[in-house]
Design a protein around this ligand. Structure first.
Ligand code: SAM
Length: 278
């Protein structure tokens, strides 16, 4: 039976507030699972199982699948669409409220694959970028303009705190563009799939925490210079802020959005050496 018919039979009502735009095209779902590099030797984690279309693809490729779904009314639907997927568990909970380290103990090394609900795209991605320890890659369908921000290069209008935070863990690239016509109900925007392969130690930095603090400070006010943003975030005298930037080969007067992730790492290391950050 078609997914649409199973939803109808179970009296399912789409809830806009949960970003419920489902996929059904088998070729596209296969392609997303392939983009995610899901393999039999590791697990897969999905955020937002929906009617289970991507979950099934993951189940066929992974050792084990854990899928989160906030909407309990999808329980009877998923019982049908995931029948026979013995390696798959659906947790009916808000993913943002789960404890990631406990979940990682259960998963072991894992790949994230999801058609993310649009209203929590960035917070979900940031959880993995900042907290994940066993995550091997992240493959997410997001709105096209959000995808452009995730993959932006330094010095472009789309480059921001999220881009720089992602860059510490891996290189983000768009694997495919997906027109709005592929979803039902149809959203008002097109989407894209972003893949981030996690490469530990990709950018040498003493402390990931310090790096993130520097990035946060650099983008805290886009109108201010980097020097001014660092001064107010870390209570530095102007001379010290200027010295710090010069030692990293950065001219006074530049703005955060022009800096490469490597430069943020240099500033973070200098602040750690000064004992200002840990
Ligand atoms: N994976 C399915 C697909 O591709 O057809 C559904 C994707 S749909 C864009 C997003 C799904 O995430 C919805 O089923 C929605 O109910 C669920 N969702 C929304 N917020 C969530 C949250 N905080 N935690 C877990 N699931 C959530």
């Amino acid at each position: 039976m078609e997914t649409r018919d199973i939803l109808k039979k179970n009296g399912f009502v789409f809830k806009k507030q949960y970003g419920q735009n489902f996929l059904t095209d088998t070729n596209l779902l296969t392609a997303i699972a392939e983009d995610a590099g899901v393999e039999k030797t590791s697990s897969a984690l999905e955020i937002g199982a929906g009617a289970g279309a991507l979950t099934r693809e993951l189940s066929a490729r992974a050792k084990k699948v854990i899928a989160f779904e906030i909407d309990r009314s999808l329980k009877p639907v998923l019982a049908e669409t995931l029948a026979g997927c013995e390696n798959t568990e659906v947790i009916f909970r808000d993913f943002m409220k789960c404890d990631l380290s406990t979940l990682e103990e259960e998963l072991g090394p894992y790949h994230v694959a999801a058609n993310l609900p649009y209203y929590i795209t960035t917070p979900v991605l940031m959880r993995f970028v900042e907290e994940a320890k066993l995550c091997k890659s992240i493959t997410v369908m997001v709105q096209e303009e959000v995808a452009s921000r995730f993959v932006a290069k330094a010095g472009t209008a789309d480059y921001g705190a999220v881009t720089a935070a992602i860059a510490l863990r891996g290189e983000a690239r768009i694997t495919r563009k997906v027109p709005r016509t592929m979803f039902f109900p149809r959203p008002n925007v097109d989407s894209a799939v972003v893949h981030i392969a996690i490469e530990e130690g990709r950018i040498a930095v003493k402390s990931g925490h310090a790096y993130r603090e520097v990035v946060r400070a650099a983008f805290s006010s886009r109108r201010k210079t980097l020097e001014n943003n660092l001064m107010s975030a870390f209570r530095l005298p102007r001379e010290r802020a200027r010295e710090l930037l010069l030692s990293a080969g950065i001219e006074a007067g530049v703005r955060g959005e022009t800096l490469s992730p490597e430069k943020f790492a240099q500033i973070a290391d200098a602040l750690v050496a000064d004992g200002i950050l840990q």
